[in-house]
Design a protein around this ligand. Sequence first.
Ligand code: IVH
Length: 680
Amino acid sequence: MTRHSGDESSKAAAEIETLRRDIRHHNHRYYVLDDPEISDAEWDRLLLRLRALEAAHPELVTPDSPTQRVGAAPAEEFAEIRHRLPMLSLDNAFSDEDVVGFDRRARERLGRETQFEYSAEPKLDGLAIAVTYENGVLVRAATRGDGTTGEDVTANVRTIASLPLRLSGDAPPLLEARGEVFMPIAGFERMNAEAARRGDKVFVNPRNAAAGSLRQLDPRITASRPLDLFFYALGVVEGARLPKRHSEVLQRLRHWGLRVCPEARVVSGVSGCLDYYANIGARRAQLPYQIDGVVYKIDDLDAQRELGFVSRAPRWAVAHKFPADEALTVLKDVEFQVGRTGALTPVARLEPVFVGGVTVSNATLHNMDEIVRKDVHVGDTVVVRRAGDVIPEVARVLPERRPVGARVPQMPMQCPVCGSSVERDVDAAVARCTGGYRCSAQRKERLRHFASRRALDIEGLGEKLVDQLVEAALVEWPSDLFGLSAERLAALERMGQKSAENLIGSIERSKETSLARFLYALGIREVGEATAAALARHFGDVDALASADLERVQQVPDVGPVVAARVVEFFADPDNRREIERLRTMGVHWASAAPSSGEQPFAGLTFVITGSLESMGRDEAEDALRALGAKAVGSVSRKTSYLIAGAEAGSKLRKAEELGVPVLDEQALLAMLKTKRPPG
Ligand code: IVH
């Protein structure tokens, strides 16, 4: 060991103290206030310097130093910890009426006429934890266990980066804070992707992942897991005057440097609770962590004390659960749906089951590889998931419940709709019907695409109507739409004279479009909106594009050989050329755009727009950006130049922040469009 002069040692001690204070301060800014003052790199530098000083002066290391997160060696087992105050559970409410009943009982008990104020919070889907600080220093962390006795997980909880090892502010001599440990969804997905790559076991959901991570005997493993936590209550507290309201408790917890869920709000009465439930429910899929409901707690702590408990749950709080988004049912059959380009997608036909608030009888199985990967058999008991507004899917199967003779679904050799042969793409996992326009399923899907909002935008031409038109042989090609009459339409089932006229009106209006929309509407394989816009900009009119060879099409920015081949192939087909001609004869037209000689100040920039804009629609904003030469695409990646975030931006905003993509608001967008100058 090196020897140090007393002078040097006390200088080091002083610097160590300053560094620790600074790091704690910056942790608080970052994790609790969500408002960092310094960059990650600067923070790293402070920690490195502290590590170096402590390495040179091991006698100065203390357990509450920010360097001491992974301290203990692997344990044999977890010690038991008895909770001085029991850790309770909550009663559940599954409907609005349940909440009304809960509120009424509480008011009757206290003889109250007026509304309660409630503290409303998300019900985090993790596991409960009690963390004890003595004189501001973390000394203990325990799981809930059976509510009376939990397990000592101190060594593991210490490794959670957002948890302070020492409290800030005027911490009381004894403070037990209670909250929920969870794994943020992004971290969960990253961890599972890595596990899958290594061929390791993946976790079923973030809750199990959090529980599994916290119950590791080796804290180094826990340290490598992306855990986080929010606090929502106090346990034993000595030597501090407590506030009068729960919402003030939350503020106090924050003040001490403990993280509190930023979605917590004080609301008034049952109606305030139900509004909060609806609001959080609508944003649930965008939250960075999993929740399974919301919790309402009477905000007044005196009222809480008066109401007390029944068995293990308080009378002053209730958990209002979201409808379960996973359910078990039986897979009755697998059928194959034919898409716009002929691709066959396996669809699960299920015994109807109530999940995520609706009855589900069909769910997607994505593709054959998924069926193999998930080991799906017809007859299996399966877990169906419906999260938010996404299409229900078969999440996994329960092979242990498989009946004898259950069969593996097979890709058919013939198209189930038109009987044409099915071919596998050479390089892809996709099987396709080769019927093209002869296949009524493909015809329907192409018409739907042609009429869709971002293509020709024919309002009122919905799914069912397309089915009817094709089945009645009124429409085969998109151009047939423009020959329809109101009388013809009105003769269809469920179609009145008025709606027929309205539809004719919107078909008429759709004739005026843009070249980009027109090209997109044609449904050329591999040509999405962004590519259609690039082609339109480059060629300026259809004839130039139609007569271009592979080489010329590849000159369009971002068009590679595969896409170029699809484009050339499409225009080489005489049926397609005839259809384009017919569409033009029927009056479909667009303002001719000069090919790329126009002003292109945004060339080379890629934008993503998310959330809702006040001054214009998202499509309109994208068109305006494209007119200046920019690309506007739907998802954020490292290649995104800017994200424009409107109100209620969600997962894309998070992704952009994660990837370090610059984020602009609507004001910045408007300024940019006005000055025609990109930012920066
Ligand atoms: S308060 C006496 N608030 O739900 C009340 N619990 O079903 C104690 N939970 O064990 C709990 N989010 O693990 C409360 N915002 C929240 C919560 C929450 C999740 C969990 C907690 C508790 C369980 C009760």
